[in-house]
Design a protein around this ligand. Structure first.
Ligand code: NAG
Ligand code: ZN
Length: 632
């Protein structure tokens, strides 16, 4: 564990030259007056490296991408830097893994050449001038900083991609997909006793809208031979076949906080009746590959994983040690309140694997496990039945006055735990959906202030879905980050008002209000609950419309006054996540001195009509200056 600890890349906020872990000298946030001097210094370093290094050998059948290159648009400033000091640029210059300059094309070439001349003068030898190779993006395309998802569940997402259950339009069709998977999976072929695990069925998309049954799975002669456990898209239910039901028989009468439907669906806490063997390394590798492939194809260069369990933490640590991380991962380690406190025993990991892996934050659950607003009605085995966890509200649910939801964790335990983690220096991220849950968590942050600089630890409210106005003001004052998911707003907008009533619903997903109080926020997807495609979040945030352009309030969007501007949404997916992960000095914008993480998009999402945004393609995703997806 200690060998993973490299020093922080983000600890120095001052504009100074410093040595990054990969040996390049990099400038962090140069102040405007020192900007050009710093660029000169960078070029000096760069040029020495260029002269002494052989050409970088890259892809086949194409000129390899050199160590240093300029990436430009032929006309106009089509690089959206998300750097307020220079918001739009025509060119960016990459040297190794870092951005060394931005500007108009003549300017960056002139600066490059003069820095090379300076070098020649300095070493009094004549070298052939290392030419700055210039690449151009396609007309109509743009460059944005590498996109970050501030809240996703990586391995769960990967698991959800193994069997594409979400695409099934009936339980029968889902069963056919399970069969297909069993027949094609090498690992199951070799170990027929292995559990067949899937994720993502959604009976609300089926014609009958009914819960599926074990009998449907059993009707397939292949499927019924295996232990099959399929998690619902919302994570609240599992659908199992008879082989699994037999394993757990006799079934108990009741499960606290759960429901057993003997026809083959187990809701909420009843899910834990099934003991699935932990995934093998190979299982995790398969899941990881699927999530990485999707993520980079959508322009993601960094993911904040919203809950490592001990096994996934070990897995990611191993990948980090082997330097096998094709994407940046910022992990929150899940704290299970039923186990021992570990904040004073485990050391945070910061910037391991050349800045690709960090685990310095903890994830604590305050209320309902679901991140969508669950419906609390009655304990019945039919769709729309109890969703036990629920958001903890100040006042009862509008459609069920008998309950106001509940906290998952005892309030005193919650407060003590938050205080301990903060005191031990952990970024403390708390899952809070309902307005009461949010209030109690903010209370705990506030009462920790004595002796602890809470603002410096940048605690986060994961979801922050329903937040009262006084709490929004407190979030802003304390420097707490609201980590929100715009696509949830679109998923919930058709039933949210029934749950919360016409007044309280206004404090749900009230992104504009949160900003207006001066609070910081950051955007994420909560994949696999929603798609991991950040453009879906971007679209939802700026339109508050379903992808087909509709909303309960018409084509102008659901509570359109809460829409974000495109600039805010882009920042929410780039620089804000960098802040939320203590990396704003090295990531999040196209700024000289930062790492060269960037994305080339086929269309200008900052200006095209809204209905074209979801048709935008990712042409290239680059991390540390090298494409990991597409071409430059
Ligand atoms: C707390 O930390 C913040 C951010 O690092 C800093 O701006 C502020 O001055 C600190 N407050 C105190 C009281 O030290
Ligand atoms: Zn989540």
């Amino acid at each position: 564990m200690t060998d993973l600890r490299l020093r922080s890349l983000s600890s120095s906020p001052k504009p100074v030259m410093k040595k990054a872990v990969d040996g390049y000298s990099v400038a962090t946030i140069p102040a405007p007056q020192t900007h050009h001097l710093l660029i000169r210094l960078l070029y000096v370093t760069s040029a020495i490296l260029s002269i002494s290094c052989l050409a970088y050998v890259g892809g086949r059948g194409r000129a390899p991408l050199p160590d240093a290159y300029a990436l430009c648009s032929r006309s106009g400033a089509h690089i959206y830097t998300v750097d307020p000091a220079y918001p739009r640029a025509q060119c960016m210059v990459v040297q190794g893994s870092h951005i060394v300059d931005v500007g108009v094309i003549d300017e960056v070439h002139r600066r490059w050449e003069s820095s090379v001349l300076a070098i020649e003068a300095a070493i009094k030898r004549s070298h052939p001038k290392p030419r700055l190779v210039t690449k151009f993006i396609e007309s109509g395309s743009i460059i944005v900083p590498g996109i970050s998802d501030s809240h996703a569940h990586m391995l769960e997402y990967g698991a959800s991609r193994l069997i594409p259950l979400e695409s099934a339009r009936s339980a029968k069709a889902a069963t056919a997909l399970v069969r297909q998977f069993i027949l094609s999976d090498e690992d199951i072929k070799q170990d027929p006793l292995k559990f067949v695990e899937g994720w993502g069925w959604d009976h609300t998309k089926w014609a009958d809208k009914a819960f599926p049954t074990a009998a449907i799975l059993d009707s397939d002669p292949i499927v019924r031979q295996h232990r099959v456990i399929l998690e619902a898209k919302d994570g609240h239910a599992i659908w199992v076949n008879s082989k699994v039901l037999e394993d757990i028989s006799p079934l108990p009468e009741n499960v606290e906080g759960g429901v057993i439907c003997i026809s083959g669906v187990l809701l909420d806490n009843a899910q834990f009746l099934v003991r699935v063997p932990p995934p093998t390394y190979r299982d995790l590798e398969k899941r990881f590959q699927l999530v990485v492939d999707d993520a980079i194809s959508y322009g993601l260069t960094s993911i904040h994983d919203a809950g490592f369990d001990p096994r996934s933490l070990e897995f990611f640590k191993l990948l980090a040690e082997k330097e096998k991380l094709p994407i940046r991962i910022y992990g929150m380690t899940h704290f299970d309140e039923n186990t021992e406190y570990w904040g004073d025993k485990i050391k945070p990991i910061i910037g391991a694997a050349n800045g690709r892996f960090t685990a310095r934050s903890v994830k604590i659950f305050a209320d309902g496990k679901s991140s969508s607003l669950p419906k609390l009605t009655s304990l019945r085995c039919h769709p729309g039945a109890l969703r036990s966890g629920g958001a903890a509200l100040h006042e009862p649910y509008a459609d069920n006055p008998s309950t106001r939801g509940f906290m998952r964790i005892d309030q005193e335990v919650l407060t003590t735990t938050i205080h301990r983690f903060l005191r031990d220096g952990w970024q403390t991220n708390v899952h809070a959906v309902g307005d009461r849950a949010n209030t109690l968590v903010i209370d705990a942050f506030e009462s920790a202030l004595e002796g602890i600089n809470v603002t410096a630890l940048r605690p986060r409210l994961e979801h922050a879905q329903i937040v009262t106005h006084p709490d929004m003001a407190r979030i802003a004052k304390l420097g707490v980050i609201a980590s929100v998911q715009p696509t949830h707003a679109i998923s919930d907008m058709y039933f949210a008002e029934d749950r919360l009533g016409p007044e309280r619903v206004k404090s749900l997903y009230a992104f504009r209000d949160i900003i207006d109080y001066g609070a910081r926020f950051t955007l994420g997807s909560d994949a696999p609950v929603e798609t991991v495609n950040p453009l879906s979040g971007f679209f939802a945030a700026i339109t508050r419309l379903a992808p087909d352009g509709t909303s309960p309030h018409g084509p102008g969007g659901w509570f359109p006054e809460q829409r974000l501007t495109r600039e805010e949404a882009l920042k929410g997916m780039t620089l804000d996540p960098a802040w939320a992960s203590f990396t704003e000095n090295i990531l999040g914008s196209i700024t000289p001195g930062k790492r060269a993480d960037f994305v080339v998009l086929s269309k200008d999402i900052m200006t095209i009509p809204e209905n074209e945004i979801l048709h935008t393609k990712v042409l290239a995703t680059a991390i540390d200056g090298r494409p990991v997806y597409g071409r430059i």
